[in-house]
Ligand binder design. Structure first.
Ligand SMILES: Cc1ncc(COP(=O)(O)O)c(C=O)c1O
Length: 461
């Protein structure tokens, strides 16, 4: 964003001078390098055995500064190889909502470790976990995987078998995991792979419409081609996009009328309440999927379903009558460590009390941000989603991914994340925004606000 007109537009829209952003970025990038010599050396060493010097190559794309190598984490803080202590407001992109070392989970995992954990046979912990999930989400039957991606993949297969249709309908900006048919974009009038290396034929199996656009939804469902709609209750991977009043009622009514199953993905929104946003908003999915925090950070994915959908698991015939069984699986799925961790997380960490407290801290965060921006004369509206908050730069809260993209300013986000990291606050994924974990305190929220306050003061000086 270098030409004068763009700079003026950005300045008018956000109240911040792009030249100031560039200046501060140079200073903060330099400071980051000075603070992390050992992390840089580890990245260098890792390049000899891992492409891009990281265990998952996206790690060099998703952060706005070089990766930090973590040594330990306790409660709401972790320490990197350079000894820098970070307050974690990214909460592992929601995977560490229980905190970084929740004591009940540590205890349960240690107990399980002492008696073996991988048998490829069921362990009793699976029963209370499934029962507790059923009680919370009011979906009586459950299956387990090792990640949310895999839960969504199996939910889609279940929907295909249930309906005899192939296609999946998505909303722009919804991320449901790294499976081919869930990673779809649209540009130049065509569906396209969202990232590289995906099968081109997968895009015939997906459709995509804007969130909050009920006419577009009606048009897509009218084709009668869709096995299911897969969506988060509120989009959380493009900042936060909230559903407009009536959206969920209409989505449910339209999917029912079209014979299309509704899959609601609570992977991120299970930080919002004991039964996520499904519970908070009284939603009625045919299938609900989740992962990340459900095992207290130990790998686990889960999906719950109505009795009607569960019966599909018992079918041994495809829609055309051919014999076979539903494609589910994974040797390590539902292993003893994951199920013991989930039992402890659900019964001892993700309690009503914890959700009440984190929602209160989320409100403290949102109130603090609002008064900071108000005092600085910035028109940066703040969104509220229980334990999570954040802000938009465009003078409005976006209604869909196109508006969220339009209002984003990647260079300012990059500065924000590096500036925060240089002051011991970890919020390093642009799409994520600050959230509190069960382990966070009011003092942590105030620390976060103080650092954002310093950034705002420097941006508007
Ligand atoms: C809403 C949602 N669903 C599913 C996933 C996939 O989770 P995982 O990468 O743990 O499989 C993500 C990951 O960010 C997500 O945000």
């Amino acid at each position: 964003m270098t030409d004068g007109r763009c700079d003026r537009d950005l300045r008018r829209r956000t109240g911040v001078d792009p030249r100031r952003v560039e200046q501060l970025r140079r200073r903060e990038d330099e400071r980051f390098r000075e603070l992390h010599p050992r992390c840089a050396a580890l990245s260098g060493a890792a390049e000899r055995s891992m492409p891009r010097g990281v265990p998952m190559s996206w790690m060099t794309d998703s952060f706005d500064h070089p990766p930090v190598w973590v040594e330990s984490g306790h409660g709401a803080h972790f320490t990197c190889a350079d000894g820098v202590r970070f307050l974690d407001t990214n909460i592992g992109d929601k995977s560490t909502f229980c905190g970084l070392d929740p004591e009940p989970v540590v205890r349960a995992v240690q107990r399980r470790l002492a008696d073996g954990w991988q048998f490829m046979q069921p362990l009793e912990d699976a029963i209370p976990v499934a029962e507790e999930l059923a009680r919370r989400w009011r979906r009586p039957f459950w299956q387990f995987t090792l990640s949310a991606t895999q839960a969504n993949v199996e939910a889609v297969r279940l929907a295909r078998l249930a309906t005899g249709r192939d296609k999946v309908l998505l909303f722009f900006g919804n991320y449901a995991g790294h499976a081919d048919e869930l990673l779809v974009s649209y540009s130049g009038g065509e569906l396209r792979p969202h990232t590289l290396g995906l099968a081109s034929r997968a895009f015939g199996a997906a459709g995509i419409v804007p969130f909050n656009d009920l006419d577009a939804l009606t048009g897509a469902l009218a084709t009668g081609e869709y096995a299911c709609v897969v969506t988060e209750p509120a989009l959380t991977n493009v900042g936060v996009v909230l559903p407009e009043p009536g959206f969920h009622d209409d989505l449910r009514r339209q999917t029912r009328e079209a014979g299309t199953l509704l899959v609601l993905d609570e992977t991120h929104t299970l930080i919002c309440g004991p039964a996520g946003l499904v519970g908070r908003w009284g939603l009625e999915p045919d299938i609900v999927t989740m992962g990340k925090a459900i095992g207290g950070g130990v790998p686990l994915g889960a999906y719950g379903m109505t009795e009607e959908v569960a019966e599909v698991h018992l079918r041994e015939r495809g829609p055309d009558g051919s014999p076979g069984e539903l494609a589910t699986g994974g040797t390590l799925f539902a292993n003893g460590l994951s199920m013991a961790a989930a039992r402890a997380a659900l019964t001892e960490v993700l309690t009503e009390e914890a959700y009440g407290r984190t929602a209160g801290l989320g409100a403290r965060l949102a109130d603090g941000l609002e008064s900071l921006f108000g005092d600085a004369g910035l028109d940066w509206p703040v969104h509220r989603l229980y334990a999570r908050s954040g802000w938009s730069l465009g003078g409005r809260l976006p209604r869909n991914a196109a508006e969220a993209d339009h209002d984003a300013w990647p260079e300012l986000s990059a500065l924000q994340h590096t500036y925060l990291a240089d002051r011991g606050v970890w919020e390093a994924i642009s799409s994520a925004g600050p959230a509190v974990s069960v382990a966070a305190s009011a003092a942590d929220v105030d620390d976060y606000l103080a650092v954002v306050g310093d950034l705002v003061a420097e941006l508007t000086a």
